[in-house]
Design a protein around this ligand. Structure first.
Ligand code: FES
Length: 250
């Protein structure tokens, strides 16, 4: 039952119908915490387009690099439809030694995943002018943790110091100086409407340090003094190439 909660492969309404006969909503929340002590709930936020029309999974292009902001108005995240079911559970560790379990993809094919786009090394992230970190669907060469040359696909690559994250395994670090996976953004999928929602995070968060380090630039770029305001109700999903004018590929 917990698997249903965390992976949200089933519509929320269908899921609640399934569960309500047996347990209360309060018990459902406790089940999440028991399964994964690192789950942090934020606002439930719907993914929408520029016109505030809900994004449906049918409209996503496989292998494209989408951006949305969550849980704060200035913190970018990647959303990717990998085009294949990702159902493997992966045990991961934060830099501080915390354990958590990544539960794979959501959506009708369990193929949609989301991660914070803030690199776990020195917090490189997509900005409106340029992005040094991006998703690579096809095969690339990289150096693993032992500096051996490797080939891989479906990875997030940070060109700043070449940290590489395995998107199929919860953004586990494959190479480079990053000490923990990218923060997982927890998604819910509503099967009846085909819509997607962000609902929380798992893994190590870097948000406080991010605001401290980039405060002035974020204020200028997002035209707000409230850089740590939580996103509410909905968040726009855009292609990375539309969000960042240029992308560094390395
Ligand atoms: S900031 Fe990404 S590898 Fe250093």
């Amino acid at each position: 039952m917990t698997d249903l909660i965390c992976k949200s492969r089933y519509g929320r309404r269908n899921f609640i119908k399934l569960c309500m006969g047996a347990v209360t909503a309060g018990h459902l929340r406790q089940s999440i915490a028991a399964e994964n002590s690192e789950v942090k709930k934020y606002n439930q936020v719907e993914l929408v387009d520029f016109y505030k029309k809900p994004i449906t999974t049918k409209s996503l292009e496989i292998g494209r690099n989408y951006i949305f902001h969550y849980p704060f108005v200035t913190t970018p995240c990647f959303l990717i439809d990998l085009g294949e079911p990702i159902r493997e559970r992966v045990s991961l560790k934060t830099e501080n030694g915390g354990n958590y379990t990544w539960h794979g993809g959501v959506g009708p094919n369990s193929s949609i995943v989301a991660f914070s786009a803030i690199c776990a090394h020195k917090m490189t992230h997509p900005a409106k002018a340029v992005s040094f970190i991006n998703y690579r669907h096809g095969t690339i060469n990289y150096q693993d943790k032992n500096m051996k040359s490797k080939e891989g696909s479906r990875v997030i690559y940070c060109c700043s110091e070449k940290s590489v994250y395995d998107v199929k395994r919860g953004a586990e670090v494959l190479g480079g100086p990053a000490k923990q996976p990218l923060t997982t953004i927890m998604l819910e999928y509503d099967q009846s409407s085909d819509r997607l929602y962000a609902v929380g995070t798992t893994g190590g968060e870097l948000y406080s340090k991010f605001f401290e380090t980039f405060l002035e630039r974020l204020q200028l770029e997002y035209l707000t003094t409230e850089v740590n305001r939580l996103v509410d109700k909905n968040t726009e999903l855009v292609l990375l190439e539309k969000f960042s004018k240029s992308q560094m590929r390395c």
